[in-house]
Ligand binder design. Structure first.
Ligand code: ATP
Length: 373
């Protein structure tokens, strides 16, 4: 089936991917300003995850890119074309955009093949393009079935095949896995990951799930209250969050109060190297996996007590309270070593950390790369 898939993929992406540029996009519903000067750039062939909490404007931004909503200001370009801007609104069907909605929006009274052919010119609705799109998502031969007879994962793939069949320049996915239960979600996510990697189609997908964003996205655009507050590779966003909010929204983080003196902060978990230089009162972003627990020892570590243990199988997270005050989350190995009430020693062992001035949103320490000049 793989050979069949890759032959069909060549056919499906023949027109080549477009890039997307959104500049200063604004959108309001009544008094509610939902998009506030949003900037987003998606390189041709790359996958960008739009990550943010419920209600921050992710779906609205996706719908503005698709042309399902009109902008109040700013511009959207797809490939070389301005599709939305002052006095301009190209309708969705002329944007070369494929979209998969949260509920997949399959037509229940149509067969799988009719669903997939829906966006194609009439004469091609029964032809090889439908079969090619179905084969591409691993559903060859199921065209005559009714969507209701398919599993959730298969229905999701029908929705993908329908979006891909007209050879879109870009693919937009709105919470594509939210209708699937946890076990199926991971499996379907891997299938979609493989498909997107093979196809090289420019993709923006909306999610509020950090793991999903990190696994699928070449880049993550973190959205908060109608703005994109940071866009970068998952590793860059995780290691160097642009704001205190990003630090805590994207992954687990301890914000540890300390005193910075150049490239080191003195904190209740000992000295922490900083990613750049800072002075004075700071809050240091200490990821739980960058703290280590040991048996109490006069030789090192800050004394603490285990308050809770969360066992996840692949690792164990401890909530520990330092004798010096704050509670911290500590991620350790898969074999639980300590229990509630145990006395432990905590120390920092990790790469240089980002620090924010106490009480401020922006980082205290200029990133190391930026401070060279
Ligand atoms: P979720 O993850 O919950 O889907 P989201 O980040 O995708 O959230 P949007 O669906 O873009 O958020 O909605 C952003 C805000 O705009 C919400 O407060 C929502 O109620 C409001 N909104 C969205 N569409 C409309 C509309 N057509 N009319 C009025 N308000 C709307």
């Amino acid at each position: 089936m793989d050979a069949e898939r890759s032959a069909n993929q060549t056919a499906v992406t023949a027109a080549g991917p477009d890039g997307i540029v959104v500049q200063a996009a604004r959108k309001r519903f009544g008094d509610h300003e939902v998009l506030r000067e949003v900037d987003l750039r998606v390189e041709p062939g790359s996958v960008v995850a739009l990550l943010g909490p419920s209600g921050c404007g992710k779906t609205t931004l996706l719908r503005c890119i698709a042309g399902l909503e009109r902008l109040d200001g700013g511009e959207v370009r797809i490939g070389q074309r301005v599709v939305a801007g002052p006095g301009r609104h190209v309708p969705p069907e002329r944007r070369r955009v494929g979209m998969v909605f949260q509920d997949w929006a399959l037509f229940p009274h149509m067969s799988v093949a009719q669903n997939v052919g829906y966006g194609l010119p009439r004469r091609e609705r029964r032809g090889p393009r439908v079969e090619a799109a179905l084969a591409m998502v691993g559903l060859a031969g199921l065209g005559d079935r009714s969507p209701a007879t398919l599993s959730g994962g298969q229905q999701q793939r029908v929705a993908l095949a329908r979006a891909l069949a007209p050879q879109p320049g870009v693919l937009l996915l709105d919470e594509p896995f939210s209708n699937l239960d946890t076990a199926l979600r991971v499996q379907v996510r891997t299938e979609v990951h493989r498909l997107l990697a093979d196809l090289g189609v420019t993709t923006v997908f909306v999610t509020h799930d950090q793991e999903e964003a990190f696994v699928l996205g070449h880049e993550v655009a973190v959205m908060h209250e109608g703005r994109i507050v940071q866009q970068g590779s998952p590793a860059a966003v995780y290691a160097r969050p642009a704001t205190r909010w990003v630090a805590t929204f994207v992954g687990d983080a301890n914000l540890v109060a300390g005193r910075a003196d150049g490239d080191t902060a003195t904190t209740p978990v000992g000295p922490v190297p900083l990613d750049g230089r800072a002075e004075g009162s700071v809050e240091v972003v200490v990821r739980p996996e960058h703290l280590v627990l040991d048996d109490p020892s006069p030789a090192g570590g800050e004394p603490a007590t285990v308050e809770l243990r969360e066992y996840y199988g692949h690792d164990t997270v401890y909530l520990v309270r330092l004798d010096a005050g704050p509670s911290l989350r500590v991620r350790a190995g898969s074999v639980p070593r300590f229990d509630r009430g145990d006395r432990v020693a905590v120390r920092h062992q990790g790469p240089p950390a980002v620090a924010f001035p106490a009480g401020d949103a922006a980082p205290a320490a200029a990133p190391a790369a930026a401070s060279v000049s």
